[in-house]
Write a protein that binds this ligand. Structure first.
Ligand code: FAD
Length: 394
């Protein structure tokens, strides 16, 4: 699949899901870790950019795969989708970790400037000049396509941390800025997992022979570290606390529907469909990929609420005044999980309260039911997967 084919509209994502369904069962379980190379990632779905923006929901994807293969044969694929849920739920209950990570980044950049050794290793890494063949190729693929295969992301992060001796935080930031599916929870926490900071003492060490095997011999990396020295944890991991409280939308209030890249199929959600939407706006996109996805989400929402006034792209600080001028007493949006969009919108919530406008967020049933099981390790959620799926169908 070429980069331009990574789905960024709902129709394209549903078509991709449909095309991937035949191999989402035991074939996926067997072959998913094979990296066939740029433009040839045939063993994985490449749905992450769509799932991250909820152009299609986790529930839709999981339901389709189970319907085709049954839960037993689809177990591997389903549990991979639940990894997304797990990271999101885990971070939601430790929101200060994200804040601390964001605050730490500038000081790491300063450290980089102060240390010529670290700086030259960093520059070689981001310029694809390390001499480690697979790593340099993945940097190029990331720059050109915004995508790297999951297994290769693990090798990439491991090489960055243990072979190049660079801080995991800088690697996470480098990837986040370039990924088409950039997700604060999946990205930041996967980097911590590889570094050995998520499961105490358990890190992931890249192995040259495995890399050769998983890439069909395309790479034979030299110079990889044979030991994983787990970095001192730069961030204090807080105890889990309940996810941020929010108000659910009030179906009696004239509503400005705000679409963000966090969820672009709200028009499919029963609790949202019933809202008296008078105006629709999209939050200003952070990149061209988001712009494509937001335009698609806006078009679908406009079809569901044809009478709603189009308000275009808004900066966060324009949202409340726009709602007021459209005579709306409520701004309704999908729940804004921990990350840059929630950070940008935090002051807007306070503005809305001051203006007497309800800022309401809808938390999807999928998250509501899963997140209580995301407080510790993945196993706690994994063992609940059958009952979570069963209860959705009941
Ligand atoms: C260091 C590192 C950084 C990562 N950063 C991101 C990120 O910023 N955004 C992001 O969406 N994913 C991230 N992942 C997870 C994973 O690599 C991607 O979701 C996956 O590569 C997407 O490709 P796919 O859709 O073809 O996956 P498939 O193999 O087809 O999997 C199906 C779906 O399951 C979910 N999934 C699969 N593997 C994982 C995983 N390990 N963690 C979480 N969800 C998963 C994704 O939603 C994916 O679309 C990261 C993983 C690592 C190791």
């Amino acid at each position: 699949m070429a980069v331009s084919e990574i789905p960024l509209t709902r129709a394209a994502a549903l078509a991709r899901l449909d095309a991937f369904l035949p191999v989402a069962g035991t074939d996926y379980a067997r072959l998913r870790n094979k990296d066939k190379g740029q433009g040839r990632h045939v063993h994985v779905s490449q749905l992450s950019a769509a799932l991250r923006r909820r152009l299609v929901s986790e529930a839709e994807v999981v339901d389709a795969v189970i319907k085709r293969h049954g839960l037993s044969a689809a177990e591997k694929f389903v549990s991979e989708v639940f990894w997304r849920t797990y990271w999101k739920g885990w971070l939601e209950q430790r929101a200060s970790l994200w804040d601390d990570y964001c605050h730490l980044l500038p000081s790491l950049q300063d450290r980089l400037h102060a240390s010529s050794g670290m700086r030259s290793r960093y520059e070689a890494a981001i310029d694809a000049r390390t001499g480690i063949d697979c790593f340099d190729a993945w940097v190029v693929e990331l720059e050109e396509t915004g995508y790297i295969h999951n297994w290769s992301r693990m090798q990439f992060a491991s090489i960055w941390i243990f072979s190049l001796g660079l801080p995991w935080e800088l690697g996470a930031a480098f990837m986040f800025d370039r990924l088409i599916d950039a997700d604060p929870a999946s990205n930041t926490l996967s980097w911590r997992w590889v570094a050995g900071l998520h499961t105490a003492g358990k890190s992931y060490l890249a192995d040259p022979e495995r890399i050769k095997a998983m890439t069909d011999g395309r790479y034979a990396p030299v110079g990889l570290s044979r030991t994983a020295r787990i970095p001192a944890d730069s961030l204090e991991v807080p105890q889990p606390s309940p996810p941020r409280g929010m108000r659910e939308p009030d179906r009696s209030r004239a509503t400005l529907l705000l679409l963000t890249a966090e969820d672009l199929s709200v028009e499919q959600v029963e609790e949202m469909k019933v809202l008296p939407v008078k105006a629709i706006a999209v939050l200003e996109p952070r990149n061209a990929w988001d712009r494509t996805a937001l335009a698609d989400g806006l078009q679908r929402a406009s079809e569901v609420w044809p009478e709603a006034a189009p308000c275009g792209e808004l900066q966060p600080w324009d949202v409340v005044t726009t709602a007021r001028s459209a005579d709306c007493t409520q701004i309704a949006t999908a729940f804004l999980p921990v990350g840059p969009i929630a950070d940008d919108m935090a002051p807007v919530r306070a503005d809305a309260v001051r203006e007497g406008i309800l800022f309401a967020e809808h938390l999807r049933d999928w998250d509501l039911r899963s997140w209580p099981h995301c407080r510790k390790g993945f196993f706690g959620l994994k063992e609940k997967i059958p009952s979570l799926i069963q209860s959705r169908r009941a």
